[in-house]
Design a binder for this molecule. Structure first.
Ligand code: ADP
Ligand code: MG
Length: 306
């Protein structure tokens, strides 16, 4: 019997926790918990691993502001850099965890991935995604890009268009079929638009959960696991009646989304991503990073139902 294919989307906390500065030592240490679980799961499932990159891209943006001697790099290049650095960290920690289990033979590969977006996506007209450092108002006014006021100050804001297609889909599918664990679509992928027979990168950021769902559907994966820093999709999050339902139907998810239970930029895209996979006949669960194995067994997280 063929093993099921599972796409696991690792949230930002798999690398940097809220109370940390985000040194590389911290990032390596944080990866151990989730990747130890994936190493065990690799015995039973074909795995594809995706991940966020928000703080890492933010740091690269900040670094380039500190050095005027080097020409600034566009966002597409910074996303590619984070796919390389995070792919390396995930691959090396996963390799170590597999070796601890005596599974040195398990094949691994990290891929630089682009994701096609639509130049007519309305997101380009109204950028919503804050990225990079925080600036005081006077400095923000002098920046060459649009900014948005946040709780802490002003930040650059970029479009967050929807993923349309995963460019390396066939490469990923081929590697998965050959038994590789594939690490890909980091940071939601490098956003590109089609131009003639080629692609060219754009200054935008794709939500990593939506990209992971698009990937899961394109691969015909059986399951999507969205692993984050909360136990699931809560109703009345942060309010006295807060609760984490074990299951949620597509209709319920839509109703709660419309009612503002799952905000854009955090839980909203996770519920949308999970819904997308279930609508296409797959399984999807949103869970804590510590609960990946339990969630796959149906014993943790919020599972989306048709
Ligand atoms: P990740 O880096 O894993 O993608 P995000 O910060 O984007 O994580 O999303 C997870 C966060 O969503 C939680 O830490 C929580 O603060 C926030 N959140 C907002 N609404 C909800 C909700 N209804 N249920 C659970 N978490 C929610
Ligand atoms: Mg997120």
């Amino acid at each position: 019997m063929t093993r099921e294919t599972v796409v696991v989307a690792l949230g930002g906390n798999a690398l940097i926790r809220a109370d940390q500065t985000g040194t590389i030592a911290e990032q390596f240490a944080n990866l151990k918990g989730p990747l130890r679980q994936l190493a065990r799961l690799a015995e039973h499932y074909r795995l594809v691993v995706t991940h966020g990159n928000g703080p890492q891209v933010g740091n690269l943006l900040l670094q380039q502001e500190c050095c005027a001697a080097v020409p600034p790099l566009p966002l597409e290049i910074l996303v590619a850099q984070t796919q390389g650095q995070i792919g390396y960290m995930i691959e090396s920690v996963l390799d170590e965890e597999l070796a601890r289990l005596g599974r040195e033979e398990q094949l691994l590969a990290s891929l630089i991935s682009y994701v096609v977006v639509d130049p007519a996506d309305p997101a380009f007209a109204t950028p919503t995604k804050p990225i990079g450092p925080v600036y005081p108002a006077a400095e923000a006014a002098r920046l060459p890009w649009p900014t948005v006021a946040t709780g802490r100050g002003y930040r650059r804001v970029v479009a967050s268009p929807r993923p349309v297609a995963i460019v390396e889909k066939r490469e990923i599918a081929t590697l998965v079929a050959a038994g590789f664990i594939v690490i890909c679509c980091g940071g939601g992928g490098i956003p590109v638009i089609r131009q003639g027979r080629g692609f060219h990168g754009v200054d935008a950021v794709i939500d990593k959960d939506l990209a992971s769902a698009a990937l899961a559907v394109e691969l015909g994966a059986d399951r999507l696991v969205i692993a984050t820093d909360v136990p699931g999709a809560a109703l009345d999050f942060g309010a006295p009646g807060e609760r984490y339902p074990a299951t949620m139907t597509l209709a319920e998810a839509e109703r709660h989304l419309a009612a503002g239970q799952f905000p854009p930029g955090s839980m909203g895209p996770k519920v949308e991503a999970a819904s997308h996979v279930v609508r296409h006949g797959g399984h999807a669960v949103i869970c804590h990073l510590d609960d990946i194995e339990r969630a796959l067994a149906g014993n943790a997280g919020t599972r989306l139902l048709p």
